[in-house]
Design a protein around this ligand. Sequence first.
Ligand code: PRX
Length: 647
Amino acid sequence: MARGDGPGRDQPYTERETVEPPDWFVEQANVSDPTVYDRFEREWPDCWRDAAELLDWETPFETVFRGTDGPPFEWFPGGRLNAAYNCIDRHLPERKNQLALVWEGHLGESRTYTYLELYREVNAFAAALRERGVGPDDVVTLYLPMVPELPVAMLACARLGVQHNVVFAGFSADALATRMERAESAYLITCDGYYRRGSAVAQKNKADNARIAVDHDVSVVVLDRLGRDVHLGDDYDDYHDLLAAHKGAEIEPAPRAADDPLFRIYTSGTTGQPKAVTHTTGGYLAHVAWTARSVLDIKPEDTYWCSADIGWITGHSYIVYGPLALGTTTVLYNGTADHPEKDRLWELIEKYAVDVFYTAPTAVRAFMKWGKQYPQQHDLSSLRLLGTVGEPMDARAWEWYREHIGGGECPVVDTWWQTETGAILVSTLPGVDEMKPGAAGTPLPGIEASVVDRSGTAVEANTAGELVVTRPWPGMPHALLDGTDWGSVPDSAEEWRYYPEDSVSADEDGYITFLGRIDDAINVAGRRFSTKELESTVSGVDGVAEAAVVGANDERTGTAVYTFASPEDGYGESELRDAIEEAVVDAIGGIARPKEIVFTPDLPKTRSGKVMRRLLTAVANDEDLGDTSALRNPEILGEIQSTTSRE
Ligand code: PRX
């Protein structure tokens, strides 16, 4: 049965509790055998051999998992491999002329790389990095927008066996400097600028400022994107000059132990400072390849598009490493969904005949708001599977996505994971499981998780609690492998627990609905920020006596940043408002700009002086305040409510 013959449009999903994957999908799915769950349960941890076997190992691993006594855990110990070899070289005999990357840039500009072309550029750039002095313990920071040179540079690092440290291009100079400083990174790859919504955005000056701010010397490579003849000083190299100088070079892929670091990435932790998450070469790559194959159903002959930015973990795992490990064609887009028109993404899906499309719920909510007329202008019949990641996907958006983008038939996978997990842990397998709009799905085969209350006791079905992952998984990062994220190290793997800090409930079938974060992280449009980091930035502004930051519901971005600040005497609100915005943009970047800045003479506090953020969240959400008896200054709430307008 082909797509188009299925039950599809005549049955509205709103009338069904569950949605079955159509037969035409199941028939061709990479994983369609429902016994996979039982087999992975029975054979754990050996089941994960399936994932490792998707890769080529230079030295075979001795065993799948070691660590019965609790951390340190080892996945695939004894095995050696190279990630760039797995993502490029091994595909050459069969598909050297197949496209590896398709890049679509500014206003119709596009470029493609076959696997052979990618091989050549990665080798030349790896040779250039080596000649610049990059050695085994170095960390190379990549501060680039969505251009093909970003995955090229990542893979060049992987080829040399050195860690990359990708910093989202929209982050500020300060945010870049903090991440370079913490990583002790002496190498930086950036560009002069890039285009956004038709205008050039400067990048190099932010990189220059960061370079000045870090304590150590930094050697910089600059990619010319704008063609404006930027003057490069000492210790700066031009990307294309380096490529030309190393044209034809071949670099042996460095064999890496399975748990050698592949890269680090910073994310918002529970403190005000960004936290480094370091992923491994073997376990991570095996896990992303396995999930790209079983959840995203990627096949080598597909054209696959994940519209995330490589600056976040989603782009690392599911634009670069997962898809390329499987030898598919992965699309990179440097642009926005509504420029030049709101049909831009659908135009690209039609142009490249994309098979699988993976995006964020925030994007889907925007598409829904813009209206179905935009996707209707295009032939989207190439699509076979849709996915979402990064934040809760509500049933209405899920149904709209499937109906108007997926032609009423494509399965939709809502995938839950984190920077820390490296790869998807909770979803449906689209060739096996029925889908429940609004719930992400169950833990994947080989993953064990449950819902517990604060004391760690399992809660009943349909009751909110906290997610806990109760078994190690191959894509776990270094901190979890060696137990350094643990207050106390458990004696056995059975007692080991990982708390992702997500509030959830699970139904009778074990389908998990994600309700939001339980720590101080705010998830704005699928991007994670720390309220502590924002608060310390806002409190640092001259004239701000005290500040609190909370996340409040937002129709567009899921959650939005609300800032409550009490001014010092003599400071005007409008000047402070500008200063706060500027401070946030400088410290983090425009992406964290507060939606609302509310001025108040005081913050609601308990008698011991603790700010009650729960009440501020309720004010921002225009919700009932509940019990306010713990407050020392209850009168302040009325004042704050009257200044916080919510339409
Ligand atoms: O709260 C969860 C939310 O995003 C957090 C992880 O953020 P980050 O490390 O930036 O990674 C985002 C991309 C993997 C999670 O703790 N989250 C992620 N996926 C989902 C989600 N919330 C609900 N549903 C999801 N599918």
